[in-house]
Design a protein around this ligand. Sequence first.
Ligand code: NZQ
Ligand code: ZN
Length: 389
Amino acid sequence: MKDFEFYNPTRIIFGQNSETNLLYEIRKYGKRILMVYGGGSIKKSGLYEVVSQQIREANALCFELAGVQPNPRLSLVRRGIEMARKNNVDFILAVGGGSVIDTAKAIAAGIVYDGDIADLLMTGGTVTKALPIGVVLTIPAAGSESSSGTVITDDEKTGLKRSFGGEALIPEFAIMNPLRTYSLPKYQTACGCSDIIAHLLERYFTTVTDVELTDRLIEGCIKTVLNNAPIALKKPMDYASRSEIMWTGTIAHNNLLNTGRVGDWASHNIEHELSGFNDVAHGAGLAIIFPAWMKFTHTRDMDRFVQLAVRVFDIDPTDKPKEQIIHELIETFENFLTSMGLPIRLREINIKEQDLPSLARKAMVGRTQVGQFVPLDEKQILEILTLAL
Ligand code: NZQ
Ligand code: ZN
C-alpha cells in the first residue's frame, strides 16, 4: 500500500426527505445564488419547484443558468461566469447530474480565476480557489457530487474534452434523494451504472501491491451495481435498488477507494474523445472502451483479472487456464452491458475505422502517455480502438 492522504468534506444528505435540508445548507453558504440546471428534466419532475421554494425560504436571491447539455460545453461555462460576476453571486447550486455539476464547478473556479478558463481546462491545472458549490443530485453516475474534478468540452476551438480540478471544487454538500432517479430513462440509468462500474475498475487495475482492503471494497461496490442495475431497469420505482446504486455512485468516485493505490484511467481518457467527437453519453462510451482495454492489457497482471473474474463475476475457475477465465470475464461483462441496452462496439455508435487514427491522436494531445496500469502511446490506443470497432 502506498502512503496517502484522504480528504473528502462533502456532507452527504441522503434519502427520501433529504431536500428539506436544502434551506439550512443554503443559509450556511449563500445569499446570492446561481442555480445551474440542464435541459428541463427538473421542471418536468417538480424538483425545480421544490428547490426554488427552499431557496425562497432561505431568503436568498436566485439567478438561473439553464440549458446545460450532456458533455457540457465551455461556451456555457463562460456565460455562467459572466452572469455570476455581474450579479455578485456568492454560491453555486447545481441541480442535476455530472454535466450540470461540472458546469457549476467550472463557473465556481472561473469566477475567481485571473486568466482564461480555457487555459485551465487545456492544461489540467489545479484549482486552489473557487466559490462554494452545493449539489442536488438527480442521476447516479459521474460521482461529481463529491469529486474534485470537472470535465468540460471545448466547443470553441479544439473540440477536446478535458478536465481540471482541486480540493476547492469538492462540493460542500450533496442532497441525494433516490426518488428523484425514478424518472430517469432506462438508457440514462444504464449509462450511469456503466460509469460507476468504470470508476471502480479504473481504481481496481493498479500495479500497487498489498491493497487488499481497497480491492475488497471495490469488489463489493461492483457487485452491488451488478445486482441492483437489472432491478432498477426492470422496476424504475424500486427504492431499494435506486438507493443502492445512488450511494455506490458517490463512493465509487469520492477517492476513498483509491487510498493507497494508483488507478489507471486510460479508458476514461480514451472515452472522453468519443464524447467530444460524436456526443455519445459518457457511460455508453465506456461500455465500448473498457472491455477493449481489458482485452489489450490483461497480460500485464493476469492474476488481478482472474481475482475480479472469480470474486465479482462468479466465473468458475476450476480446471481452466487463466486466459480462459479472463476471456469469460470480459464476455460476461460485455453481456451485462448489452443486457442493460448499451452499445459495446464503436460501429454501434457510427464510429468507423477511418475515424480511429484521429481519436487516438486527440487522446494524446498534451499528454506523453495515457494510463498507469499499462502506460499507452498513440499506437496502442489505436489498437484498443480497433479492438472496440
Ligand atoms: O438535462 P436534463 O433535462 O436534466 O436531462 C439529463 C441529461 O439529458 C438527464 N437526467 C438527469 N437526471 C434525470 C434526467 N432525466 C430524467 N430524470 C432525472 N432524474 O440525464 C441526461 C444526462 O445527464 P448528465 O448530467 O450528462 O449525466 P451524468 O451524470 O452521467 O454526467 C456525465 C458527465 O459527467 C462527466 C462525463 O464526462 C460527462 O460529461 N464526468 C465527470 C466526472 C467528475 N466531474 O468527477 C467524472 C466522470 O468520470 C465523468 O467523466
Ligand atoms: Zn466516468
